[in-house]
Every structure is written in C-alpha cells, then in structure tokens.
Design a protein around this ligand. Structure first.
Ligand code: GLY
Length: 405
C-alpha cells in the first residue's frame, strides 16, 4: 500500500516536474527588457566585488550577519543563526552569473562550516540554512554528499512537525504553547525536494499539511497574514494570533507578507494544486493594491507603520517579493503576469538605484542597504541583511532567465 502510494506520488511528481520544466524553458510570459538586463549584469559584477570585500573581513568560521554604517561595525554569526545559508547561497548565485571561481571556492569553504547544522533539531529554519546553500550547490554540481546533507536536514526539520497541530513548530516556547510563524512557509521547499529524491512521501505530506494549516489560521479576510500563531500544544487549537517583528498584532509586517507570497508560490510549483496558486494571487493582490505601497514599490517595514510616509523601508521585503512575483508571473494569465512582472521590474530598478544599492567598497561588502530585521526589538534596523542580498540576486537571475530556474 505504502509502496503504491509512493509510486503514485513519484509518478505525479515526475509529471509535475515535466510540466514545470516546460513552463520554465518557455518563459514566454516574461520578455526581459535589454536595458534592465544590462543594469542587472552590472549589478552582478558590482555584487561580486562587494562579496570579495566581505570575505576578507570574515573571522574564521563566522558568517556575515549585518553591518552598521553609523559605527562601521561588521556583525557576524555562528552557523546556527537562521541566516547562515544566505552567504554561501549568494556566492553560488554570483558564481553562476560571473563564473568567478573565488566566489565558488568561498561558498564551498563556508558550507563545510555549515554542514553540521543538518543535525540541528532546535530550529525550523533548516530550509533557509541548508536549501539556499546546499540546495543551490547540488543544483549547480550534484554530489552524493550534498544529497546526504539535504536529506538529513529534511529529517531533522520533520522532527519538529506535530500532526495534532498540523504544523512544524517554529519557536520553542512554554509547555502549553506551540508557536508557528508565517516565515516557516519558506522551509517547505526542502521537504518537497526530499520526497522527490528519496520517494518517501512523508516529507511531502508534512509540507502540504503545514501549508494547509497555515492557510486556515494565519490569514485574515483581506489575505494579509499574522506573524505568529500560538497553538495549544495539547489540543492544536489556536489560542492567540499576534506579532513578534511587526508593528502590532493586527498589522501587516512587510517581510511576513513577502514570505507568505513566496511560500505559496513554491507550494503551487511543487504540488500544482490550484488552491495554492489562488492563495499566492490573493496575497499578491493585497500587496500590489495596498495604498501604503510606495511608488518605487519598496515596502515600508510594516504596511501599517504609524509614521508612514516617514517610516523606514524594508528593502529585504522588496527583494523577496520581486523574486516571488517573477515566478508567480509564469503561472497566471497574461494580464496578471504582465502586472507582476511590471511591479517586480520597478522593485528591482529601485533596488538598483543609489538609494538602495551600496556604492562600491561601502556597506561592509553587502549589496543592498536599508533592511529592517527586528524593529520592535531595535535590532538590525535600517541595515543590510543577508537575505536582502540573496533574494535580490535570485530575482535578477530569474528575470534574466525569463522566469524561474
Ligand atoms: N524571522 C525571520 C525574518 O526576520 O524574516
């Protein structure tokens, strides 16, 4: 029975992969503007120089976290920080664009430091950490050891799933609490990959269950999302809907909205279930029609920040949204597709301007300025962020490749 189920999952997946790869190859819904591609080529070159500068400043075994322009302080982290996969991931994307071996070698060097996190069962962020790094490395140059690392990571992530709640636990908390954040949608891609490679459908089922529970409980009627859902760990009932990194419990924290958009776009890619496409489109409509989305399409850090138009922007949210919109544009009708591409172009054009893109040799080697990490905690406010860089490079590469890869 299990064998038959696995066989049918595998056959479905093969069909989906075929359909998706056809869509990707055609990329017919995106005709890249040559002038913009030229800007992006320059951005790739500039970014490579920035990262070569950054790598010189990294202490041994440490990962870049942020840079404080006012104090000239470069902050780093250990491999267990949720962002540790973005540095090697960005280097790998830049290597693909520039073919600069130094970038590739640096990515591999840091992935050796990162590898041990495959056994980390204390975080839900293994998708970010391991798939943005080893997932990309394996895509560029498949190796058995990368597969082992990714499968072990997927196994570790799966230990945080509780069928009673129907979610992977994001943050450990008090005994009766089970906290799940919208960001967790980004870790599911690793699980889909694991089912494709191993034929074990349990990863797939966890990802789908998590996404369904999140769709039910995280979203408001207007398709904005709460940041944190506090489930009762014994019954699985929702006991609180709140924020951690946003302005208020009822506000729309910009990066959270971006994670949701990206997450449900991936859900559609990996399942071809129409309800996830609808969800991604609803989220996109909320964002793109929001009166507080500025003309340059770089969101304020929270769509309901009280001091708009003087509120800080979060460039990282724009990077993530741009990349998601470019993929989503491949799955929808022509009119919608054109709109998504147009907004993504505006976002990327804005990020390429001097207001957001760092001048060579500045910004601690990061590419993009003006990200907001955790404003309520006054941490990483108006600074560069590793994921702002990662999704910026990914979005430009997607644009150049006419869709996704
Ligand atoms: N919690 C991950 C983020 O800051 O988006």
């Amino acid at each position: 029975m299990k064998l038959n189920f696995n066989l049918s999952i595998t056959l479905t997946l093969c069909t989906l992969i075929f359909i998706t790869s056809c869509a990707v190859k055609k990329g017919k819904k995106l005709s890249a503007k040559p002038a913009l591609v030229q800007t992006f080529e320059k951005n790739f070159q500039d970014a490579a120089l920035q990262y070569k500068l950054m790598m010189k400043n990294l202490p041994p075994e440490r990962f870049p976290k942020t840079y404080h322009p006012t104090t000239d302080k470069f902050e780093t982290s250990s491999s267990s920080w949720w962002c540790s996969g973005f540095y090697p991931g960005t280097l790998l994307y830049l290597y693909e664009q520039t073919k600069d071996q130094t970038l590739y070698d640096e990515a591999l060097r840091m992935m050796k430091v990162l590898e041990k996190e495959k056994n980390n069962k204390g975080t839900h962020d293994l998708g970010f950490m391991m798939f943005c790094s080893f997932g990309n490395a394996n895509r560029i140059e498949p190796k058995p050891e990368y597969k082992e690392i990714l499968i072990t990571s997927a196994k570790s992530l799966s230990t945080r799933f509780d069928p009673k709640v129907g979610c992977i636990k994001s943050w450990d908390a008090k005994e009766n609490e089970y906290l799940v954040i919208i960001d967790n949608m980004m870790n599911l891609e690793l699980l889909f990959w694991a089912t494709r490679i191993t034929g074990d459908s349990s990863y797939y089922k966890i990802a789908v269950t998590h996404a369904n529970t999140t769709m039910k409980n995280h979203f408001r009627r207007d398709y904005s999302s709460y940041h944190v859902i506090n489930y009762n760990s014994k019954t699985g009932a929702v006991q609180q809907r709140r924020t951690a990194q946003g302005y208020s419990d009822e506000s729309a924290w910009a990066r959270g909205q971006a994670w949701g958009l990206y997450g449900y776009t991936v859900m559609y890619r990996d399942t071809k279930d129409r309800k996830y496409l609808d969800q991604a489109n609803h989220i996109a409509q909320f964002l793109l029609n929001h009166p507080n989305l500025p003309a340059d399409k770089i969101p304020y850090w929270d769509f309901n920040a009280p001091n708009i138009p003087n509120a800080l922007r979060d460039a990282s949210a724009a990077s993530i949204m741009a990349s998601a919109l470019l993929e989503l544009s491949q799955y929808v009708d022509d009119a919608l597709s054109k709109n998504y591409v147009h907004v993504a172009e505006t976002m990327l054009q804005s990020l390429s301007s001097g207001r957001y893109k760092a001048a060579p040799g500045t910004n601690g080697g990061f590419i993009i300025k003006h990200g907001v990490g955790h404003l309520p905690q006054k941490s990483e406010v108006d600074v560069p962020l590793t994921y702002g860089d990662y999704y910026f490079i990914e979005a430009m590469a997607r644009y150049k490749n006419k869709g996704i890869f």
